[in-house]
Design a protein around this ligand. Structure first.
Ligand SMILES: [Zn+2]
Length: 94
């Protein structure tokens, strides 16, 4: 994912993004960033996600695992791929 301020890539699993609390900051430029799931990308990836879930499901069942685990895995992966960073809306306290 790219920082909306400095365009440096920020890892999804980086410390900065997994901290509790509302304010998150870019580890590179320390400006405030916000993590969100892009619905546009959800729409783009939905088809391929369903297809790949159907494709890997038999593999999971062959391996003796629950078939719905494949669906869960693909859904999780999809959410990860759809996560983007944006500039948070700043509330102005006047
Ligand atoms: Zn940055």
């Amino acid at each position: 994912m790219k920082c909306p301020h400095c365009f440096e890539s920020v890892g999804v699993f980086s410390k900065e993004l997994n901290k509790f609390g509302k304010s998150k900051f870019c580890p590179k430029c320390t400006k405030p960033i916000q993590l969100y799931v892009s619905l546009k990308w959800v729409a783009i990836l939905f088809g391929p996600a369903v297809v790949s879930a159907l494709l890997i499901k038999p593999l999971f069942i062959n391996a003796g695992l629950n078939g719905s685990l494949a669906t869960g895995l693909i859904c999780g992966l999809m959410v990860l791929l759809c996560m983007r960073l944006k500039v948070p809306k700043v509330k102005e306290n006047v």
